[in-house]
Design a protein around this ligand. Structure first.
Ligand SMILES: O=c1ccn([C@@H]2O[C@H](COP(=O)(O)O)[C@@H](O)[C@H]2O)c(=O)[nH]1
Length: 236
């Protein structure tokens, strides 16, 4: 399932600054993982850090989860495309007009455009959390609704939990990419994640890419933790 040119593991670089992030990155192999830059690190270190990761040979998933009016969000994904990132994302709950505007804006970048992905229901949310914001359907049903909207808007895939992957692959087809955080090896702490799955089970369920942060970055030996997950999934 793991191929040399399409690493399935996306390491979430949730660090407070560039130095600890690069200390880890400089031990990693771009043939075995890609890197995800999120809100904390990007707010601290910005585009220059992203360029530094790209200069080291890594594909970068810019996980800023844009959620704004169509004009603002489409300009933001174009800025991400100018930066040359591999993947960028928006919130599906921003709606059809916003997602279509983003997809259309990226068409100008041709084959070099980043993959455009929409976040469905955060993996930290349970059915109770959804009820708290007025959504009474199950996480699985709501993810499915937002994934259908995302596909109809012409995006490349969604962020969801691996728990929803079998249903989404059946409904949306195998080409529609599923990016799944909430990945937890059996020995790892769940932390604030609610809808979790092990790396092996997630890939078997249909995940295309596994987003993994603390089980690697907070491990006593991050490299060994990544290598253990990598060995587990290449054997599939
Ligand atoms: O639904 C979502 C969307 C994004 N994330 C991000 O993924 C990583 C997960 O980190 P862990 O330490 O492995 O929990 C983190 O950067 C989140 O911002 C998510 O968890 N769920």
């Amino acid at each position: 399932m793991q191929t040399k040119n399409d690493p399935k593991i996306l390491v979430a670089l949730d660090f407070p600054s560039e130095n600890p992030a690069l200390a880890l990155v400089d031990q990693l192999d771009p043939a075995k993982c890609r890197l995800k830059v999120g809100k904390e690190l990007f707010t601290r270190s910005g585009p220059s850090l992203v360029r530094g990761l790209q200069d080291r040979g890594f594909d970068v998933f810019l996980d800023l989860k844009f959620h704004d009016i169509p004009n603002t969000t489409s300009a933001a994904v174009a800025a991400a495309a100018d930066l040359g990132v591999w993947m960028v994302n928006v919130h599906a709950s921003g709606g059809e007009n916003m997602m279509v505007a983003c997809r259309e804006r990226l068409e100008a970048f041709g084959a070099d455009r980043p993959l455009l992905i929409a976040v469905t229901v955060l993996t930290s949310m349970s059915a109770d959390d959804l009820a708290g914001i007025g959504i009474t359907e199950s996480p699985e049903a709501h993810v499915s609704r937002l994934a259908t909207l995302t596909k109809n808007c012409g995006l490349d895939g969604v962020v969801c939990s691996a728990q929803e992957a079998p249903k989404l692959k059946a409904e949306q087809g195998t080409d529609f990419k599923l990016i799944t955080p909430g990945i937890r090896p059996l020995s790892a702490a769940k932390g604030d994640q609610q809808r979790i799955m092990t790396p092996t089970d997630a890939l078997k369920a249909g995940s295309d890419y596994l987003v993994i942060g603390r089980p690697i970055t907070q491990a006593s030996d991050p490299l060994a933790a990544l290598e253990a997950i990598h060995s587990e999934i290449v054997a599939l």
